[in-house]
Design a protein around this ligand. Structure first.
Ligand SMILES: Cc1cc2nc3c(=O)[nH]c(=O)nc-3n(C[C@H](O)[C@H](O)[C@H](O)COP(=O)(O)OP(=O)(O)OC[C@H]3O[C@@H](n4cnc5c(N)ncnc54)[C@H](O)[C@@H]3O)c2cc1C
Length: 287
């Protein structure tokens, strides 16, 4: 299929883009890497009358450290995230999961801000945001809002972004001195995860887990932290029994649905298998 007819604009500044979004309202869609939007348009699941291509707006492609956080410009490509030495040193979970995002051709075009805004429940970058907690910078005409990731996502592929706002930056806490890991299962490399687990934690001198974050993705309308698994692990030393208990709790807490990639029961089973593997890998990390 081909997309329905649309008009195309390529503004060269945010102000120009805001003017177009204001003028065309709900008829307009922002085009970033196009790796989610164009397939949806080709299948006519999205039928915008106007595309506002933000690729020519300067100053939206960067990765930097600010006050103990990493700040990533919305137009930073997945491939840049994957290969960033700065992220490798300060938030290595991001380059590690970037390798699992589609194929290199998609990663060359797809943008960090596009993935975060699209918010696919099985996507890696929104899952990192859910696991670590991050801030999405939503810029509109004359105002900038910083929205915590918990409040940004309202439901399946739905965010609190206003029609005249553009995501310009995403901030994440750094992982310096922390342990982390991720595990996921997909049908083939490059496909979305059927289910995945991410974890970040510290070990105190007695070997007890502190500040435990456990994220799950592909198993509900949104990537989420497992409050139950975290409460079970927090302050305790990792043992096989503890991990089994946490895995059962996370699998019960998940809200998976059946689809072509896997049944609800299979996804819960994956959580029970992946969580212990992921947490073991995290605590055994040498840093
Ligand atoms: C074959 C294939 C396999 C894939 N596999 C995976 C995978 O395994 N894991 C994964 O996570 N992703 C996967 N993807 C999706 C890919 O990561 C996309 O790049 C990403 O979901 C969207 O980013 P984009 O820059 O391409 O956004 P676009 O497709 O341009 O836009 C997506 C949506 O976000 C909006 N938007 C984009 N940027 C902004 C912004 N700055 N401000 C406001 N709104 C904005 C658009 O209006 C649109 O609604 C796959 C894609 C393909 C084609």
């Amino acid at each position: 299929m081909k997309p329905t007819k649309f008009d195309y604009y390529a503004p060269s500044s945010l102000e120009e883009a805001f003017g177009l979004l204001e003028k065309y309202g709900d008829d307009a869609k922002i085009l970033a890497g196009g790796q989610s939007l164009m397939p949806l348009m080709n299948m006519r699941l999205a039928t915008p009358k106007v595309l506002v291509d933000i690729n020519r707006i300067p100053g939206l492609d960067y990765i930097r450290e600010e006050n103990g956080q990493v700040a990533i410009g919305a137009m930073t490509r997945h491939r840049t995230v994957e290969t960033s030495a700065l992220l490798g040193a300060s938030c290595p979970l991001l380059p590690a999961v970037a390798k699992d995002v589609a194929h290199v051709q998609v990663r060359n075009r797809g943008t960090f801000g596009g993935s975060v805004t699209h918010g696919d429940p099985a996507a890696e970058f929104p899952a990192v945001l859910a696991t670590l907690g991050g801030t999405i910078v939503c810029t509109g005409p004359g105002a900038v809002r910083e929205v915590f990731s918990d409040e940004f996502y309202l439901g399946m592929l739905t965010t609190c972004l206003e029609p005249d706002e553009i995501v310009t930056e995403v901030k994440l806490p750094n992982l310096v001195g922390r342990k982390w890991a991720h595990r996921s299962i997909m049908r083939t490399h490059g496909d979305f995860a059927i289910a995945g687990i991410m974890a970040a934690l510290s070990l105190d001198p007695g070997g007890q887990c502190r500040d435990v974050h456990v994220g799950m993705y592909g198993v509900g309308p949104l990537p989420v932290r497992s409050a139950e698994a975290e409460a079970i692990i927090e302050g305790r030393q990792i043992t096989d029994e503890l991990l089994q208990e946490a895995a059962r709790a996370a699998a019960d807490e998940a809200q998976p649905e059946s689809d072509l990639r896997g049944t609800e029961a299979y996804r819960r089973k994956l959580i029970r298998v992946l969580l212990p593997l992921c947490l073991r890998e995290a605590v055994n990390q040498s840093n």
